[in-house]
Design a protein around this ligand. Sequence first.
Ligand code: PBG
Ligand code: ZN
Length: 327
Amino acid sequence: MFQRFRRTRLNKHLRALVRETTVNVDDFIYPLFIRPGKGIKTEVASMPGVFQMSIDEILKECEELKKLGIYSIILFGIPDVKDSIGSDSLCEHGIIASSVRTIKETHPDMFIVTDLCFCEYTDHGHCGIIDEESQTVNNDATLEISAKQAIIHAKAGVDMIAPSGMMDGIIETLRETLDTAGYENLPIMAYSTKFASGYYGPFRDVAESVPSFGDRSTYQMDPANRREAISESVSDELQGADILMVKPALAYLDLVREIKDNTSLPMAVYNVSGEYAMLKIAGQNDLIDYDRVVMETMISFKRAGADIIISYHAKEVAKMLQRKTLV
Ligand code: PBG
Ligand code: ZN
């Protein structure tokens, strides 16, 4: 029974011609973890190949990234001192503001995104200010300090901000704040649909941001909710976001497609720490063909509708693309 399907699979050039989805090096944003100091490059136990670095090492890393064709990075700061309101993130000399300035001086051609949140800067590890009475994050008090943090990032010269705290009304607040301060051209990538997920485990090790009590389910989304997931992203589009996001990626590809079909903004996926760790550890133990599975995974994001992939695999993918293997 010869149908048409196999005819276009018999030659590799024809397979390339009819391929519907491609992965390109400029689809990627690479996450970097910065801590104060000099000469620090500490590998994260749960994420082999991912490091906490001091700024001098970050500058070298940027050089390497550019050689691979990766120009976009997202920065996470790990300050030496944490307190109840995350003061380091609100200060012009804090780890993120000073790092953005230094990277821009040395690598003005890099596109720098900053994660805008408080969990890495607070001593309690939550994504905002804690309300004494309810013992959960106070939404509006957190909006206020988020606006301050956005201005700190903007003044430092960031190219795009990415609020990740899942506070209601954050996009509207930040857009207004930035416009009023004269930063009308600074884009916002919203962590618009972000779930309360076990897949963030390794990240909390590297960012040293495990909540000291409770969990994030009063602000991050319930993994069970589909309609709410779509509404969250639609709401951020209406509030003025420039790019939407689904996070984590792999367990939520159904929603990547649905949100793509229900909005008209570019879409990012965050291929998170736990997803990275699973493939990395399986690869290191020869349980899977690592390169092949990584590429297959990246293709699945694009096929589901993602335009942008934030991934710890980005450097490895760039190398695969340079070798032209697996594509
Ligand atoms: C902070 C933040 C988190 C991640 C990105 N920004 C963690 C969290 O919500 O606990 C997760 C990234 C990853 O797991 O790779 N709000
Ligand atoms: Zn946070």
